[in-house]
Design a protein around this ligand. Sequence first.
Ligand SMILES: [Zn+2]
Length: 305
Amino acid sequence: MRSHKNIPSLIVLAAVFILVFFHACKTTDQVPEPSSIEQWILGTSASIREDFSPDVFIQLKNAGIDYVELGLRAPKFYADSSEREEFCRQVKEAASEAGVRIWSIHIPYGKQWDISDPFDTVRQDVIKRHQKLFEIFEILQPKKAIIHPSYEPNLPEEREARMEACRKSLTVLAAETKAYGVDLVIECLPRTCLGNSSKEILWLLEGNENLGVCCDVNHLLKETPQEFIHKVGKRITTLHISDYDGIDERHWPPGKGIIEWNLVLESLISTGYSGPFLLEYNDSPENKAAMWKDMKSKFIQRSPL
Ligand SMILES: [Zn+2]
């Protein structure tokens, strides 16, 4: 009889235990897990020319490069609707058949594409140009769209107005890409371009949760890449990897310049970055894959590249 009386209190105890257990699980879920570079997928930028052939993607896949960022140099990306659609379909099919994922698309840059133009009428035209281009996302289905915060050079006295204009454009454009299921990502830039430091990048991100950051490690002239990564943290959602001399962007293969790669990898891991490792320099797919293998093994031994 006595044990029967205890059943309700046992049920309460069990319920409390389950609640505490699930709460504990939830709390540990919220702590960013350090990522492992072994899980990062290797990617590279590739400019598809007009005479593009599916071999481009097959060659990447065979070398062990599974993700690609497309530059939009081919004039057909800007052609009339039907011609453009057909071209995008060919590119998408060729990538899919080779087993390569179109991870990102690099939005063009230049005066015509400058989202920081301080003249509102000009800026509205620039936004319209972007909106028209975004139609290709329907077919190409990238995960990220990389945008430059400005063109260059920029006068110091115009900087504040341009930063304001840029942030306004980014709010509109990030909502536009989101409708296609694509994350808009701002790239850190060198020289007088907007977004040339973690401070400016953080300011541009303010109030816009839809925006991510592409850390181009060879664009950082005011701080080291590892300092930038620590400051911008989890907002970094993609990379442009190449080496430089710290004086200007060079797009050299890693190991040729001054970047301390072990520190860069460590800082990315500490933010919970989960890949991909996306290379942005000229070399054969085989050499790129070999470089990444070498970089990973040097990282494990903590010896310089
Ligand atoms: Zn870049």
